[in-house]
Write a protein that binds this ligand. Structure first.
Ligand code: SF4
Length: 327
């Protein structure tokens, strides 16, 4: 069976179930790289130029870890998934950067996903992708339908049950008792954690932020736990039509959770990310208008676990104090 490699980084957290359904419907197998570890981190770091953002460096590390385990590497060139809302240039250039920096990478499947060019261009890109596996047009069409269904089910699963992508993806591979996935509705504090999925769920660089907060008795809310429509509405109301494809996950989620009266907001971004710095400022400003405690964590290769923990504890103390005062 043909094996398609999917790096566990960047858009993996958002689209993996759809991609898996698509390739499997066409008779291919998907192979995912392991969670980030030191070897992946070091390998990615060694190939990228210093200015590259940390998530992209990690992406190269994941490609390297998969290079000898698959026949193709799937790296879509994501440009736009909405009218005039763009991915950052790193996403657009990802297939070309990978080919240049990881020469041992197997042939790259790199459909261009650009909704600004219209749906027919998208269909053409996906059909051409499917042609690598089948010449049967109806089979490819069915694979696209399966992919859409899997993606919508994944998104609904997270918003209906208030679980993270990691929990939902784990569930795809497990049959045992799923009660561990139920959200805990009893903890005292609710804190929204906003940011790119590939940062807030990347435990290696954020030092297990989400599970750490949960063990500190916090009910963690992330963008995926809200309905996409609610994020889009909140985003548009606050900032107008989005310019970046991921604005709903940051500005929209920040606004949505502020309106639902969470006890605090933590935004997480990587050092040096241009798009994030503007979006985070907007959420910070709104949090101060709502008088909601706000913490921004800017992560890089050198972020220490101890330093992060100290900041979290201090922030949670402040959130608890404020809640007592306002009670
Ligand atoms: S949005 Fe920021 S963190 Fe994400 S790929 Fe672009 S530069 Fe990197």
């Amino acid at each position: 069976m043909v094996r398609v490699g999917i790096p566990r980084a960047l858009s993996y957290y958002q689209y993996y179930p759809g991609w898996k359904a698509f390739f499997e419907a066409l008779g291919a197998d998907t192979v995912v790289s392991p969670p980030t570890n030191k070897a992946i981190f070091t390998a990615g770091n060694s190939r990228a130029v210093a200015e590259t953002c940390l998530p992209v460096k990690l992406f190269f590390g994941h490609v390297i870890s998969l290079a000898d385990k698959c026949d193709y590497m799937f790296i879509p060139a994501l440009r736009s998934l909405g009218q005039k809302a763009y991915y950052c240039s790193k996403f657009i250039g990802l297939p070309d950067m990978t080919k240049a920096l990881v020469p041992e990478c197997p042939p790259v499947l790199d459909p261009e996903i650009d909704l600004n060019k219209g749906r027919s261009s998208l269909h053409h890109a996906i059909y051409s992708l499917g042609c690598h596996f089948s010449s049967d047009k109806s089979k490819i069409k069915k694979a696209v339908e399966q992919a859409e269904k899997a993606h919508l089910a994944y998104r609904k699963e997270m918003s209906d049950r208030g679980i993270t992508p990691i929990q939902a993806l784990d569930e795809m591979h497990r049959d045992e008792d799923k009660s561990y996935l139920e959200p805990d509705i009893s903890p005292a504090l609710s804190v929204a954690v906003i940011g790119h999925q590939y940062v807030i769920y990347e435990d290696y660089i954020n030092h297990r932020l989400i599970s750490r907060l949960q063990t500190m008795g916090v009910r963690v809310l992330t963008p995926e736990m809200a309905e996409q429509e609610s994020l889009d509405i909140a985003m548009t109301r606050l900032g107008g039509a989005p310019h970046w494809s991921f604005e709903a996950d940051i500005i929209g989620a920040g606004e949505h959770y502020l309106e639902t009266k969470v006890d605090g907001i933590i935004s997480v971004a990587v050092f040096g990310c241009g798009p994030d710095s503007m979006m985070v400022d907007m959420v910070r400003h709104r949090a101060s208008e709502f008088r909601t405690p706000f913490l921004h964590l800017s992560l890089d290769e050198h972020t220490s676990e101890g330093g992060l923990l100290t900041r979290l504890e201090a922030f949670l103390d402040m959130v608890r104090r404020r809640r007592r005062v306002c009670a």
